[in-house]
Design a protein around this ligand. Structure first.
Ligand code: ADP
Ligand code: ZN
Ligand code: MG
Length: 496
């Protein structure tokens, strides 16, 4: 039954721009301050107060637009969106409506369905269109105490009132909950990467509303859409969409009509329920904001900001695969956040060994960082020091096995690779005389194996290598051991 249907999903994402001050006044945007402490006549909506646009908002919105391939309108208009709610003291929100900041964007991203255990089935690249990115101010925050009854209390904190938001509206291009999920992940990663949003979903810096409808496969027209509000985690987004798709299919199969409505996701009960129907929908009576001039963005400004854009994570992931020969998974992990990608490239530059750099960062170093709850850009082992350790492995000064201990020590003590290795007794032994002495002992101690080897049992070379390595406590350079052992065993004129 489900296979006969196709889901159609569009996302509206609110991203809080990472400015220090609010969009139309100088108040701080800091999260978690004493309620109402970051307010002034403008963001309190007092009569006669005039908004002035924060230029950092234009800069950040332009960077976001460029990252999402949106066309920035040379001129856009702020409008008043009128409605009443206790957290909106002015009685209207300054937003953008018919002339938004930017339009006609798209992203091309890897996406995949997942199996029962949540593992990706097969990744493929897909394009999704973005309708628009426009600017608006956030409202205050309502806090509810107790159950909704006569004894309960509600509070309003206006610190958030006037915090800048970019609303990013997608076309209805997603065909499954996982496509919507992958897009949202991509958007979050990209906005964090370019430094315009901190991506903190718990603090509400990134919020998502999803519109979803279903239709019979092959049908041309979209079905009636339902809006799911406030999906504030990736898990909620995916769960709510799955539930809602099933609910709509079941309703249609039972001969019911889908009604256009806004629903809320309840994670505890794992279901959506109706918040308001279309009849109760607001008529916002948009009109142009008379206190703000049109927002003008010049060609020069766009080009200047474009020139300052960093390489985006998706492009970087692909380059890491091509330029450094990394596996897709490793490249994805390393480019997930900018500090890790920068760290990797610094280690690679200094060591000349990209594969080894990726391995050490993703395994040993990642474990140490995780255990100590440390971000990679605060790692006690700097990129330069990790590179010098990798060079020591490549020069056979230390073995890979020793290197694990060396790194753990470096991490703990903050000392350089060289210092740690020196203290451990100079690292790997490559000195031929020293190794020859160990080989002589091993050969003398195992006359039977020597006889068998010389009788043609060549595999016993491995036995002798093992004996020598053991005698040297793993410090002998295996390549030198191999070479010298072969010489020694094949030379029958030694009198043994
Ligand atoms: P509204 O007029 O209700 O605001 P819009 O056309 O502006 O609707 O679209 C709002 C969001 O809903 C967009 O993200 C869009 O992609 C999505 N959307 C529109 N129609 C549908 C549909 N039939 N099914 C699913 N999503 C839809
Ligand atoms: Zn203010
Ligand atoms: Mg709309």
């Amino acid at each position: 039954m489900r296979e006969n249907y196709e889901a159609v999903i569009g996302l509206e994402i609110h991203a809080q721009l990472k400015t220090d001050s609010k969009i139309f006044c100088g108040c701080s945007t800091r999260f978690g301050d004493e309620p109402d402490s970051n307010t002034c006549p403008v963001c309190l909506g007092l009569p006669g107060a005039l908004p002035v646009l924060n230029s950092r908002v234009i800069e950040m919105a332009t960077r976001a637009a460029l990252a999402l391939n949106l066309r920035v309108n040379r001129e856009s208009i702020f409008s008043r969106k009128n409605y009443f709610y206790p957290d909106l003291p002015k009685g209207y929100q300054i937003s953008q409506y018919d002339r938004p900041f930017s339009e006609h964007g798209w992203v091309e991203i890897p996406t995949s369905e997942r199996n029962q255990s949540g593992h990706a089935v097969a990744w493929s690249m897909k394009q999704f269109r973005i309708t628009r990115l426009h600017l608006e101010e956030d409202a205050g925050k309502s806090l509810h105490e107790g159950m909704p009854d006569s004894a309960s209390k509600s509070y309003v904190d206006l610190n958030r009132s006037g915090v800048p938001l970019a609303e990013i509206v997608s076309e209805p291009d997603f065909r499954s909950s996982w496509e919507a999920y992958d897009y949202m992940q991509y958007l979050r990663r990209t906005l964090i990467y370019i430094g315009v949003c901190d991506g903190n979903m718990e603090e509400g810096s990134l919020r998502c509303d999803a519109n979803v409808s279903v239709r019979l496969r092959g049908a041309e027209r979209f079905g009636t859409k339902v809006e799911l509000k406030n999906l504030n985690s990736f898990r909620f987004l995916q769960h709510a969409l799955e539930y809602e798709i099933d609910r709509q299919i079941e309703a249609i199969e039972a001969g019911e009509k889908i009604v256009q409505e806004t629903r809320l996701w309840n994670e505890r009960e794992s279901k959506t329920y109706c918040m308001r129907s279309k009849e109760e929908a607001h008529d916002y009576r948009y009109f142009p904001e008379p206190d703000l001039p049109p927002l003008m963005v010049s060609e020069e400004m766009i080009e200047e900001l474009r020139a300052g854009m960093p390489e985006l994570p998706e492009a970087r992931r692909r380059r890491f695969m091509e330029e450094y020969g990394l596996a897709a998974d490793d490249a994805a992990q390393l480019t997930d956040a900018r500090p890790a990608a920068d760290y990797f490239e610094a280690v690679t530059r200094a060591s000349g060994n990209a594969k080894s750099a990726a391995n050490w960062i993703l395994n040993e170093l990642a474990r140490e960082l995780k255990n100590t709850g440390t971000e990679i850009d605060r790692s006690p082992v700097t990129a330069e020091e990790l590179a010098s350790m990798i060079r020591m492995i490549d020069a056979c000064t230390i073995s890979g096995k020793m290197a694990k201990e060396v790194l753990a020590d470096m991490y703990r003590s903050g000392r350089s690779a060289e210092e740690v290795v020196r203290e451990m007794g100079g690292g790997q032994v490559s000195d031929e005389a020293e190794i020859r002495a160990i080989i002589d002992q091993a050969v003398a101690a195992n006359p039977r194996q020597l006889e068998q080897y010389r009788a043609g049992k060549a595999a016993l070379l491995g036995f002798f290598v093992g004996q020598v390595m053991k005698a040297s406590e793993g410090r002998a350079n295996p390549q030198v051991v191999n070479r010298l052992l072969k010489e020694r065993l094949d030379n029958t004129e030694q009198g043994d």
